[in-house]
Design a protein around this ligand. Structure first.
Ligand code: 5GP
Ligand code: ZN
Length: 112
């Protein structure tokens, strides 16, 4: 499949990996928007939040279960962080393999 994040997951495209288990892969964003900016993806290909169903929603839980461990390893558990999922054109989604941005290391303020 011609998917950038599938290629990152299978090692075809190199990445700066920060975490991996059997269901989740996390790597540093190539264009960081915060001092710490990690992209967290499920190993299964799901295009966007629009494609979450009762059959595949465990992929989202897998990511949220990994987040405390990833945040701890990055040293931002206590200082805090933001998790962002962009879905579709108006949110600026550019890679259509669902992913969650983990942003931290600065006082970001509230978006909403
Ligand atoms: P989106 O804009 O779809 O929410 O997020 C896609 C993210 O993937 C962007 O923040 C972008 O910087 C990042 N990205 C795009 N291509 C690559 C790449 O080849 N390697 C890494 N590490 N990040 C990438
Ligand atoms: Zn993919």
């Amino acid at each position: 499949m011609d998917c950038l994040f599938c290629k990152i997951i299978n090692g075809e495209i190199p990445s700066d990996k920060v975490y991996e288990n059997d269901k989740v892969y996390a790597f540093r964003d190539i264009a960081p928007q915060a001092p710490i900016h990690v992209v967290i993806v499920p190993k299964t290909h799901i295009a966007s939040a629009n494609d979450i169903t009762a059959d595949n929603s465990s992929a989202v839980a897998d990511i949220y279960e990994a987040i405390p461990e990833i945040a701890k390893s990055l040293g931002i558990s206590e200082s805090g962080y933001r998790i962002v999922n962009n879905c579709g054109k108006d949110a600026g989604q550019t890679v259509f393999h669902i992913h969650f941005h983990l942003l931290g290391g600065e006082t970001g303020g509230k978006m909403y």
